[in-house]
Design a protein. Structure first.
Length: 402
């Protein structure tokens, strides 16, 4: 994959542009908690950021399909940088939880849809489904670099400076990365091969895409729960600096699982693999219910991450089979939106769960969400076998009744 001209540059610049996404949850959580001393307020702030991102990302994705990548990503990256700066200023002035939550929401609302653009570009680069899924696997593994390095960088920044300074750093990194991403030659003419009729069609005309959003959202709910539960457990055990380490170990487990998955020769269909991976994820979360020390939490974090990157890889492969022509960026944006919306609900509910049933509340919530997601993925069992290299996309007229 990396031998393709421009592929390494595309993935590398996208990695930098998306780095704040792996840092913002912990930065917002610690900033709001430090100001308000409330887990509920901190969880709601993280959830508000994710919720507004889930609303704005598919809207931006549709605009990308219609107007082009650079006309959307440029303004969005500027707005998000300004939103980060505002959040930092409000944190320094101790503006209170209400304004901090609103400012955190503006950060999410301005999130550029970098990830959907990368996945839509990879989908058009490779016709063979097996090669395409390997490309998605590599992209998923590289994405975990964000979640490994992000919490560690934030932990170091907050330890040496303050949560407010770390937010300013997110503004600079996100803006610089987005500008570098827009220089990729692979983005030139993206989507120009589709006519105006296809561009006017909504990605949600695909029935299978709509169904796929359910397990994706439930997966996100579990991830959002852990995103709050893991650092909260570290704080509960009296070791705040290890919160970033535990989150990094969680992502490290995902990287290991993704690398292993990408090396395997897949024999079953994409739908069956997706179902199997979702059930495996539900099982891998159970050990965290028994963890009672930082060391045990570290081991459980690695185990809990093993299925994440493989699920994302297979999920993108399934999505690639059901996307309508001319709606690629919007379709992948809806996948990201469902994931973020689930994460927003998980983050908010986890903050409430900690206050009502204790520090293990987020892990109970994550297990329940993972189990429900696994059951909902049964719809895709036996679907999308490893067929010929290029299967035709469904015509618009066949979806008139959808």
């Amino acid at each position: 994959m990396l031998a393709r001209p421009g592929a390494a540059r595309l993935l590398g610049t996208a990695l930098v542009a998306r780095l704040p996404q792996g840092m913002s949850s912990l930065a917002i959580l610690l900033l709001v908690h430090g100001d308000s001393h409330s887990y509920a307020a901190a969880g709601i702030a993280v959830g508000m950021s994710a919720l507004l991102a889930s609303i704005s990302v598919p809207l931006q994705g549709r605009l990308v399909d219609r107007l082009g990548i650079r006309r959307v990503i440029g303004p969005a990256s500027v707005c998000q940088a300004l939103a980060y700066v505002l959040l930092g200023v409000l944190g320094e002035s101790h503006a209170g939880p209400f304004l901090l939550i609103a400012s955190a929401g503006s950060v999410g609302a301005c999130q550029p849809p970098i990830a959907p653009i990368v996945r839509a570009t990879l989908r058009t680069m490779f016709d063979d489904h097996s090669v395409r899924e390997s490309a998605f696997a590599l992209e998923s593994v590289l994405q975990e670099v964000i979640w490994v390095s992000g919490p560690l960088v934030i932990t170091v920044l907050i330890t040496l400076t303050s949560p407010n300074v770390s937010v300013y750093a997110l503004a600079a990194i996100g803006f610089a990365g987005s500008m570098m991403f827009l220089t990729s030659p692979l983005l030139d003419g993206a989507g120009d091969e589709h006519d105006e009729e296809h561009r006017r069609v909504s990605a949600l005309r695909s029935v299978d895409l709509r169904w796929l959003l359910l397990p994706v959202a439930l997966m996100g709910l579990g991830l959002g729960s852990l995103d709050v539960g893991i650092p909260s457990m570290a704080l509960h055990l009296g070791s705040r600096p290890t919160s970033g380490v535990l989150l990094a170990l969680w992502s490290f487990g995902s990287m290991v699982g993704g690398l292993r998955y990408g090396m395997l020769k897949q024999r079953s269909g994409a739908g069956t693999r997706y179902m199997q991976l979702m059930f495996a994820n539900a099982i891998f979360l159970l050990p965290y219910l028994l963890a009672g020390s930082i060391v045990e939490c570290g081991v459980c974090s690695v185990i809990a991450g093993l299925a994440i990157a493989p699920i994302f890889s297979c999920q993108y492969s399934v999505a690639g089979r059901v996307i309508l022509p001319g709606t690629e960026h919007e379709a992948f944006s809806w996948i990201l939106s469902a994931l973020i919306a689930g994460a927003a609900a998980g983050s908010s509910l986890s903050g409430i769960a900690i206050g009502s049933i204790g520090v293990r509340g987020p892990f109970l919530l994550a297990c329940a969400a993972a189990a429900a997601g696994a059951l909902s993925s049964l719809r895709f069992r036996g679907r999308f076998p490893n067929g010929p290299p290029s299967e035709p996309a469904p015509p618009l007229e066949s979806l008139a009744a959808a």
